[in-house]
Design a protein around this ligand. Structure first.
Ligand SMILES: Cc1ncc(COP(=O)(O)O)c(C=O)c1O
Length: 407
C-alpha cells in the first residue's frame, strides 16, 4: 500500500468535472472510465469543425494541437514526442510492435518468447500464432511467492534464444503490479538482445509509468481506461533501438513515403507505427484526458485509487463467502473477488440494478490463471480518484445484502 504523503485528492471537484458521476457509481474504470467533460467537449468541438469545414481541413487546422497530443503523451510517459505513436487501442499498439519485430527479424524454430503468467489474451494469441508458424516457443515466466513475475526466475531463463519478453504491467484480472523496471534492469544487466514489450494498458492513468526507467523497447497503452480518454484511442512508446532497427509492417503513406517504382522511405520517429486514418476527434480527446491527469498528478491519483482499492479489499474480506483474489505485494486499483452462489454474473447484475457498475472477469482473458485458481468467474471492481467513500459503502452494502438474500 502506498502511504499518502499529502491529503488525498478531494473527489468532489473531480465529480463536478465528470457528468456520469451524477447518476451512477462507476467501479469499472479498468473497463472504460467516465471521461471528464473536457474530454467530451474536445471531441465534440472537433467533430463540429469536421462537419463545418471538412475533415481534412479540420485536421489541418488542428495540426498543432494534434502534435500537442504526442507531446502530452511524452510528458505522461517521460519519453520524447518522437518516440510516441498515436493509435486506436492498446492492442493495435502492441500488434504494431510485434509485426515490426516479425517483419524485420523473423523468429525461427527454437526461438523463445517469455511471457508473464497473467499475460492478456490478446497479447498471447498473436504470439501463439507466430509460434505455430515458426516453431518458436512461448514460455510463461513463473510467478514469485507474491504472484507477480519472478524477476530472478526470468533472469535464469534468459539466453540468446530469447527473442521477446512480453510483460503486462498491471494485469486486468488479479490486482498485481509487476516490477517492469526490475525486469528491464535484468534484461540490460544480462546483456539480452530480446525485444522487451510492456503492456501498460491498465497502469497508465492510475500510476506513474516512466518509460525511461522501464527501458522497454515498446510500451503500449489505451486511452479509455484509467486515463479517462475516449474509446478507440491508444498509444505506443518506442525505444531508440526499436526506431533504429525495426521496420513496421505493413507501412502506409503516413508511416512511409513511396518514392516511385520499388523505392520507399520509412518516416522518422514513432510516426512510422501510425496510420494516416484515425479519429482525430478521439485523439484530441485523449490529449485532453492526458492533460487532465497530468494536472491532477499521477502520484495523487495513485494514492486515492490505492486508498479506495484497499478499503474494498479489507471490507470485502469481511463478507461471508467472499474471497479477495488479488495478488502481488504491489497492487493496482483492480480488485477481484469470488462470491458465493448464485455467483459472479448474478452479483454484477445485482450491483448494476442498484446503479453500481462493475465487471465480470472470465477465463477468456487469461484461461491458465483461472484454471490454476480453479475458478470460472470473478467480480472486478476498479475505483478511480473520483470515487467516493459513500460509493464504496454502497457497493459493500449491496453485495452483503445480495449474499444474505441469496439473490
Ligand atoms: C492488460 C490489458 N492489455 C491489453 C488490453 C487491450 O486493450 P484495448 O482493448 O485498448 O486494445 C486490455 C483491455 O482490457 C488489458 O486489460
Amino acid at each position: 500500500m502506498t502511504m499518502p504523503s499529502a491529503p488525498l485528492l478531494d473527489p468532489l471537484p473531480l465529480r463536478a468535472d465528470t457528468p456520469g458521476t451524477a447518476t451512477l457509481a462507476h467501479l469499472n474504470n479498468a473497463g472504460s472510465a467516465l471521461p471528464p467533460q473536457i474530454v467530451v467537449d474536445t471531441q465534440i468541438e472537433h467533430l463540429r469543425r469536421e462537419a463545418q469545414i471538412g475533415g481534412y481541413e479540420a485536421h489541418a487546422e488542428a495540426a498543432d494541437r494534434i502534435d500537442g497530443v504526442s507531446a502530452s503523451t511524452a510528458r505522461l510517459m517521460n519519453s520524447r514526442s518522437d518516440q510516441v505513436a498515436l493509435v486506436e487501442s492498446a492492442t493495435v499498439a502492441w500488434d504494431r510492435a510485434l509485426q515490426a519485430i516479425e517483419h524485420t527479424e523473423p523468429l525461427e524454430p527454437g526461438d523463445r518468447i517469455l511471457i508473464a503468467s497473467a499475460e492478456y489474451a490478446s497479447n498471447v494469441l498473436p504470439l501463439l500464432q507466430i509460434a505455430a508458424r515458426t516453431g518458436a516457443i512461448v514460455q510463461p515466466v513463473p510467478d514469485g511467492g507474491d504472484g507477480s513475475v519472478d524477476v530472478e526466475a526470468l533472469t535464469d531463463m534468459l539466453d540468446e534464444d530469447v527473442r521477446i519478453v512480453s510483460i503486462t504491467h498491471a494485469p486486468s484480472h488479479n490486482g498485481v503490479v509487476n516490477d517492469v523496471v526490475a525486469i528491464g534492469d535484468a534484461l540490460r544487466f544480462s546483456g539480452s538482445a530480446a525485444w522487451y514489450l510492456v503492456d501498460a494498458c491498465q497502469s497508465v492513468g492510475q500510476m506513474t509509468v516512466d518509460a525511461s526507467r522501464i527501458g522497454a523497447d515498446f510500451i503500449s497503452a489505451t486511452g479509455r481506461k484509467f486515463l479517462r480518454g475516449p474509446r478507440g484511442t491508444g498509444f505506443l512508446v518506442a525505444s531508440d533501438r526499436a526506431l533504429t532497427d525495426l521496420e513496421p509492417y505493413p507501412l502506409d503513406l503516413h508511416s512511409a513515403t513511396w518514392t516511385g517504382g520499388t523505392g520507399y522511405t520509412v518516416a522518422e520517429g514513432a510516426r512510422r507505427f501510425e496510420t494516416w486514418e484515425r479519429s482525430y476527434a478521439a485523439l484530441l480527446g485523449m490529449g485532453a484526458a492526458i492533460d487532465y491527469a497530468l494536472e491532477l498528478g499521477l502520484d495523487a491519483i495513485r494514492e486515492r485509487i490505492d486508498y479506495l482499492a484497499n478499503r474494498l479489499r479489507t471490507e470485502l474480506t469481511g463478507i461471508d463467502g467472499v474471497r479477495v483474489r488479488d495478488r502481488g505485494s504491489v497492487k493496482s486499483g483492480i480488485v477481484t473477488i469470488t462470491v458465493p452462489a448464485p455467483g459472479a454474473p448474478q452479483m454484477v447484475r445485482a450491483l448494476r440494478e442498484r446503479g453500481i457498475n462493475t465487471s465480470l472477469s472470465t477465463p477468456d482473458y487469461a484461461p491458465d490463471e483461472f484454471a490454476r485458481q480453479g475458478i470460472d468467474s470473478m467480480v472486478r471492481l476498479s475505483p478511480h480518484a473520483y470515487t467516493t467513500d459513500d460509493e464504496i459503502d454502497l457497493a459493500i452494502a449491496t453485495m452483503t445484502q445480495s449474499i444474505e438474500s441469496g439473490s
